[in-house]
Design a protein around this ligand. Sequence first.
Ligand code: 3HC
Length: 281
Amino acid sequence: MSKTIGVIGAGIMGNGIAQVSAAAGLNVIMVDINDAALERGLASIAASLDKLVKKDKISAAEREATLARISRTTDYGQLATADLVIEAATENLEIKKRILKQADGVMRADAILATNTSSISITELAASTTRPDRFVGLHFFNPVPLMQLVEVISGLATSQQTQESIAEFARAIGKAPIGVRNSPGFAVNRILCPMINEAIFTLQEGVATAEDIDTGMKLGCGHPIGPLALADLVGLDTLLSVMEVFYRDFGDTKYRPAPLLREMVAAGRYGRKSGEGFYKY
Ligand code: 3HC
């Protein structure tokens, strides 16, 4: 069972993964390219833990103990002690390949390397490492501390043992794993992202306002938040890159990204993380 976890990337997903792993009693090494990114990641974890303390979900002592289990570094060499490394860097094939190679080069031979990619092929990423049998997709959902699901995605070479131990890890940190075969968008994003993209087309065509589209899906379909508010939560840049992968890999025009989505990303309106998306924050 994993005791020391490396998490590469201190952004929304990476810091959430670091938080839930540390909260489950594991030692976490959080890696990013500079100290500022690491400090932002830690501040976001502290803020999330504060909310949980306020709601009596955890004690103040548990908050402190969780934070104390997270070390921060820009040195990949420290990943040499990890039983499991989860890459949660930006959703870009070349960047991910470079990062994975770097981690693979310093990790123990028996350690597992996982990626939190939301849309890139697990088989292709695995092939950029020396451990395709010990390489797996581990896809978390935003916000990581609240969402129960993780997808465990097996690439062509992922071993049964790797799938089992990663599912065991997921349960140990309080998540519910589902097994998925490598395929564009895996299972959940394949269904979710085209729905959000369609909501953006609906807005772009003036069919209804953003507020009414979201109210429609909340009150008409029982969704906890509307698709446009969810786009802002996920990040419009991430959503666009997912849709671009679908469009390219499936070769089907039903996956074309909405022009308004492209325009919003070009304008730097990424959603919550940039302060503005379909709504202002
Ligand atoms: N940590 C701790 N607590 C948090 C939190 C965090 N990161 N984020 C929100 N909360 C708490 C809030 O403090 C709030 O507490 P309160 O009820 O005591 O005030 C509570 O959660 C509810 O938050 P809000 O009132 O702000 O908003 P909601 O009632 O809408 O709930 C939600 C928030 C649980 C996120 C809910 O909106 C939801 O379930 N949304 C759907 C999320 C979803 O679909 N995620 C998947 C995205 S797809 C993805 O991630 C895949 C990727 O690859 C694209």
